[in-house]
Each structure stands twice: as C-alpha cells, then as structure tokens.
Write a protein that binds this ligand. Sequence first.
Ligand code: HSE
Length: 321
Amino acid sequence: MNINSIQKKPRSRLHSIKIFAPATVANVSCGFDILGFAVDAPGDEVILRLTDTPGVKILEITGDNGKLPLQAAKNTVGASIISMLKFLGSNQGVEIILHKKMPLGSGLGSSAASSAAGAVGLNHLLNTQLTKQQLVTFAMEGERVACGTAHADNVAPAIFGGFTLVRSYNPLDIIPIHTPPELYCSIIHPNIEVSTKAAREILSPSVKLADAVVQWGNVAGLIAGLMSNNYELISRSMQDVIIEPVRQQLIPGFSMIKQAALSNGALGAGISGSGPSIFALSRNIKTAEIVAQAMQHAYNQTHLNSEIYVSKINHNGVTIL
Ligand code: HSE
C-alpha cells in the first residue's frame, strides 16, 4: 500500500478525563509577570465530562472550604473553558469536578493550575489540537477572573512544563527555557492567605530607571545562567529590587526565612508569585531538602504553621491521568 494513501484515522471521541495540574512558582525573583516554572507537587485534580446539554457546569469542588464560586463564568477552570469554547464557536456542554489539592491564595499558582487544567483537558477531549500557546490564552482568562489581571507567568509553565519566559504579552510569545539538570526547588507555604489582587494593588505603577537597569540585568543573567547550566550566575541573578521590597511586608518572617535558605546553601530565594509562599533554588536535592527544613525552622519562630515541598523542576506540566 502506498504510504500516502493511508488515511489518518480520527481518534474515537473521549467523553471524560481526569487531569493533574501542577503548582507553579511565578516571578522567580527578578521576572515579575514574565518568568515561572512548574513543580511536581502540590497540584490540582480536575475531571471534565462532555455532555449533550450545552453549557458549562461545575458539579462539585472539594478542598476549597467552600471559598470558590460554583458559577462557571466566575471560577478559573470554568472561565478558561468558556473562553476556549467561544474561540471554537462551539456550544458543547461540559461538566467539571474540581479537587483543589493546594492551598488558595498561596502564591503557588492555585488559580492557574485549575485554569490550565481546563484548557488542556478540553483540548484533549475535543481533539482540537490547539497549540500550547493558544491554550495559554484561554487559561489567562481564568487568571483574569481570579485576580483581575490576565497574567501568564503561572499558566505558561503549568501548560508548557519546565521554566518559561513570557517574552511579550502583545502579541503573546512564550519561550520555554532550558533548566540545568541538578536544579531543585524548596518551597515553604506559611498558613496565611495573601490575595494576588491585594498584592498587586500595593505595587507602584512606575519604577525608577536605576532599579529597572538592575532588574533587567538580573533577568538576562538568570536566563543566561539557566541556559548555560551556570549555577553561580543563576545565584547572582536571583535579586529583585522592585517587587520584593514592597511585598515582603505581607509575609511575617520573610527576611528570616530567606536568610535561612541562603545560609544553608540555596542559590537564591524569594517570594513565590504574589506570596505568601517562599521558594529557594538549590543545586542538588540534598541541599534543597536541608534548605526546606531550615526555612521551616526559621518560620516556626513566628509560631504559625507551614508546609514544605521539595521538587525538581517539573517538565511535564499539566498531565492527563
Ligand atoms: N506575577 C504575578 C504576581 C503572579 O506576582 O502578581 C501571581 O501568582
């Protein structure tokens, strides 16, 4: 048989899938709204089902203490799916079950995980074969619903996996960035909530030119360090002179925790997304584990509870279970 005469068989249509969507660390110190990476844990689980009745419905949400809206248009996963169906001109019915397995308002990309799961899951169910970058645009609508701004620095790594750079928002241009093989992340999540909306409202809309020069030097240095496996350069570049000095007031014990990470061998540390979680990058898992313990030990002095996570950079992003 002539190879050219073989027809590609359309995949038989799936009706239901379960999806895992990972937590993400956005900003990575110097890259406010443009840098982020995915981690292995924690993460959300989402079940999507196609139905014959048009409309997007959330049937159940667990793990949110009743805090998330069940109305699809107001929920990140629903908003992401609605935006994708609109783009496709489809009135396909979709039912959603959302198992939140990470804390809300944690700075770990909780809203992004659900949004990303919605876009990737629907793409898979409908076999629409949209590009990852297209899926990011739908997931960004989930972020808009969650905090008022359609930022992409959490949804891009959740969908692409690995470390990503949002080179431009208009037009959207996502660049996957190589990460060195021995790079590990430690995260401490203090048991307090910080709303991304509130953490954005305290930021000044303008920056001093001298600070901008320092910041874009560090962004370029961090990318160069990641791409050339230069751990020393990564370490020197993990400085944020614009956002961290303002936001650290929202996190009790921030300086102590950061100092504990650095003095226990971390390459660098900073606020994860809009906080309150704090992340550190280390060269090898052993150091990352010591750093996580040290951060938690320092935070214990505030007499507040916390969880810690240690993970390699997650290169898979959202996965179908
Ligand atoms: N870049 C966003 C911010 C991330 O820092 O506000 C929010 O998770």
